[in-house]
Design a protein around this ligand. Structure first.
Ligand code: GAP
Length: 498
């Protein structure tokens, strides 16, 4: 079970981000005092605030910005047949292989992809591509004998034991199961949901009818999902308990391609509006489609360990609603009064889904914000600086208030300013320590504004505002503070770019 938080990535920048996340109260390893629980993490006092901000912005970008999207909050536990209908019981598995010497289990595709990466770094590009092509072909086959042979023939070894003493390749379902009620047994087995989407599908008619929703319309949800990921690495990138932010957009059959293209662009714009640079984001079309999709794309972000999936946009056809209709024996039919031809008025809607992990977005935002600069200070000496360049609307703390010294009535005045701000913005008051150190501490958590109260303030009711990114300082009246901060942290700055 044990795995220390930061021994999982060789990339030096990523190691620094992981260490920073722990040092400044963003993310802790779960059950750390017991040496940790692999691929499970807790958010600390600053991280929880940042994650909440991201979730709130996503929620509002869906439900407030779009008049035809509403939000729900479905339960984690669902009827076991839900997962039969969705295909997760039969299909939500990965081919795995165990090394008999180290007892370590690997996802077969990851093992082969790692080998291809090594070949690429050795300049053997064609060999690398040949292995990947062979893998993609063999993954489609009924049994996995071919994949096993590929691993053996390519002399792929376990990174722990260095041997190629492998078991055969087997399928492992990624769903966690537990028992509901007092009696254990197969009939009581239920699953921890591996995606939030199914809570939306089974509530499609409830929401449509009670909300008098007209197609096209969307249902959004944020919630926990659970997957027994075999390869658990890269910090919070791949977790066993994580949070998804998903939206299902219900459309008329055969209009799904337009909706799909539209949501691809909208989601890309959203990520850019949060401050992720265009050159670090790209689309990656799925070649091998999931059982439910007729088109799918990943939006990938360039993490310090490479371009990886951040969000998925999937055209899920009418698969899920049709399957639920079959197993639940409940009609999932929408009556479209805007269609004139009678025989086309009743249909099972098609669905375009957008799905992003809140934790993965958090990680992308944190990696992107981590900024190291070097410059020349007032004494002409070279000085390096570290800060989190977070969009002010996302920043966990918006403003910090400090008295210059802890006497002469300055703390009292500073608290007055703090009281003035704290109900509108996440605000910190600090009277301990030197101003310079307090500025640095605020830089580390990405606080965009620091306000200092000095002796002059008592006479002129003006304060010094220090800006995080430029370290520039300006003096402004206390009465102008709120408007200055409100303008910068407003969600409108993000929403008007969508
Ligand atoms: N409903 C569709 C669905 O669940 P997915 O591609 O399996 O699709 C969607 O997951 C998103 O959820 C991913 O793009 C990723 O951001 C996030 N995600 C998936 N598995 C994750 C994990 N083990 N840890 C953290 N985030 C994960």
């Amino acid at each position: 079970m044990a795995q220390k938080q930061n021994n999982q990535q060789e990339n030096p920048l990523f190691q620094k981000v992981v260490a920073h996340a722990k040092e400044y109260g963003f993310v802790f390893q779960s059950s750390e005092v017991y040496d940790g629980l692999q691929a499970v993490y807790d958010y600390g006092q600053i991280g929880a605030q940042l994650k909440n901000n991201l979730k709130q912005i996503w929620w509002k970008a869906m439900t407030q910005v779009n008049e035809n999207i509403v939000g729900i909050d479905a339960a984690i536990f669902m009827h076991p047949l839900v997962w039969k209908a969705s295909g997760h019981v039969d299909n939500f598995s990965d081919p795995m292989i165990d090394n008999k010497d180290s007892k370590k289990r690997y996802r077969v595709d990851h093992l082969i992809e790692e080998k291809a990466e090594i070949l690429k770094t050795e300049g053997k590009i064609q060999e690398a591509e040949a292995i990947l092509n062979a893998m993609n072909r063999l993954l489609q086959e009924e049994n996995y004998v071919g994949l096993y042979e590929l691993i053996i023939n390519e002399k792929i070894t376990c990174s722990v034991s260095n041997t190629s003493n492998w078991t055969e390749v087997r399928q492992f379902n990624l769903m966690f199961s537990t028992e509901m009620g007092a009696v254990a047994g197969e009939s009581n087995t239920i699953y921890l949901r591996p995606e939030t989407a199914q809570g939306i599908f089974v509530n499609f008619l409830n929401v449509q009818k009670t909300g008098r929703m007209k197609i096209p319309f969307g249902i959004a949800q944020i919630g926990k999902a659970f997957r027994n990921e075999i390869v658990a690495k890269q910090f919070i990138f791949r977790m066993r308990e994580f949070e998804q932010m998903e939206m299902q957009y219900f459309v008329r059959p055969h209009t799904e391609k337009d909706a799909y293209n539209c949501w691809k662009e909208k989601r890309m714009n959203f990520l850019r509006a949060l401050g992720l640079p265009a050159e670090k984001l790209r689309f990656h079309d799925h070649i091998k489609l999931a059982h439910y999709a007729n088109a799918a794309v990943d939006i990938e972000y360039e993490f310090p360990f490479g371009f990886k999936e951040l969000e998925g946009v999937h055209s899920r056809t009418d698969f899920d609603l049709t399957e639920h209709q079959k197993l639940s024996k409940t009609k999932m039919i929408y009556f479209d009064e805007e269609i004139e031809e009678k025989e086309k008025q009743r249909y099972v809607p098609y669905v375009v889904e957008t799905s992003i992990g809140a934790d993965r977005l958090f990680l992308a935002i944190l990696c992107n914000a981590y900024t190291e600069t070097t410059g020349i200070d007032a004494k002409g000496e070279q000085k390096s600086r570290l800060y989190l360049k977070l969009h002010p609307a996302i920043a966990p703390v918006k403003v910090a208030v400090f008295p210059l010294i802890k006497k002469d009535g300055l703390p009292e005045k500073a608290r007055e300013v703090f009281e003035e701000l704290r109900y509108d913005f996440e605000t910190i008051y600090e009277e301990r320590g030197a101003i310079g150190k307090n500025y640095t501490r605020m830089d580390m958590i990405g606080t965009p504004f620091c306000v200092t109260i000095d002796h002059e303030t008592l006479n002129d009711n003006a304060v010094t505002v220090r800006f995080r990114d430029t370290t520039e300082q300006v003096r402004i009246p206390i009465t102008a503070l709120k408007a200055l901060i409100a303008k910068e942290v407003s969600l409108k700055n993000i929403f008007e770019k969508l």
